[in-house]
Design a protein. Structure first.
Length: 244
């Protein structure tokens, strides 16, 4: 589903997705949620894709959450379900999804960022969740802060482990793209296995999670990329991985 409020740009081996509704702080409408869902669904047919960057247009907000005009309406429960489905799609994406948080990430916008595998934030980014949604950060040092609905600065979010890096606002997208290109140089099958081990393993017991990790590790040995990696190491050159 196309939306004028979602822009995409393919650059090298990564895709940039922009929420493009800055006058509304990039708040999510049902149309935008469906468009994002379609985009992530389509990524399965792009074998040369190595990373995705999700960001917002403008300097003020990454995403202020769900558009309030669509809340408490007849489709409110369906909207919440679609939100959850989108977050699950992002979490289970076969390539790393990097959130480039360029400002406010509130409510569902904060959840959207947290659904991504990696998060880089500008120094002026702010994070907050309503109390009813605070469980998503359970296990982080910052859980109590988020439970109260308190706004958390980028610096605090980094200390709590909610984000991976804080960078100057002017450098945000460039730094996210640097990370995407760094990931693109790695073995894509190994990256995919790592993502699966973490996302699926998180739902399993420790023993089951370790068994899944061992299974995924073993599955990589009979691949061209493993042979390329070994040859490159022995020949003291940079490997060229093809994802096969």
């Amino acid at each position: 589903m196309d939306s004028p409020f979602i822009n995409t740009e393919r650059s090298d081996s990564h895709l940039i997705i922009r929420l493009n509704r800055p006058e509304k702080l990039n708040a999510l409408t049902q149309e935008m949620i469906l468009a994002l869902s379609d985009i992530f669904l389509g990524l399965n047919s792009e074998p040369n894709l190595r990373a995705v960057i999700l960001t917002g247009t403008g300097d003020e907000a990454f995403c202020a959450g769900t558009d309030t005009t669509e809340l408490a309406g007849p489709n409110d429960s369906k909207l919440s379900e679609r939100n959850r489905d989108l977050f699950s799609q992002i979490e289970s994406c076969h390539v790393p999804v990097i959130a480039a948080v360029n400002g406010i990430a509130a409510g569902g916008g904060c959840e959207l960022a947290l659904a991504c595998h990696l998060r880089i934030a500008s120094a002026n980014a702010r994070f907050s969740l309503p109390e009813a949604r605070s469980g998503i950060v359970r296990g982080h040092e910052g859980t109590l802060e988020m439970l109260t609905g308190k706004e958390v600065s980028a610096k605090e979010a980094l200390r709590f482990g909610l984000i991976n890096r804080v960078v100057p606002a002017a450098e945000l997208l460039a730094r996210a793209e640097d990370l995407a290109r760094e990931i693109a140089q790695l073995a894509p099958l190994a990256i995919r296995a790592c993502l699966e081990a973490v996302t699926k393993g998180n739902q399993l017991s420790l023993a089951e999670g370790l068994a899944l990790e061992a299974k995924l590790f073993a599955s990589l040995f009979d691949t061209d990329d493993v042979r390329e990696g070994t040859s490159a190491f022995l020949e003291k050159r940079s490997p060229v991985f093809k994802g096969t």
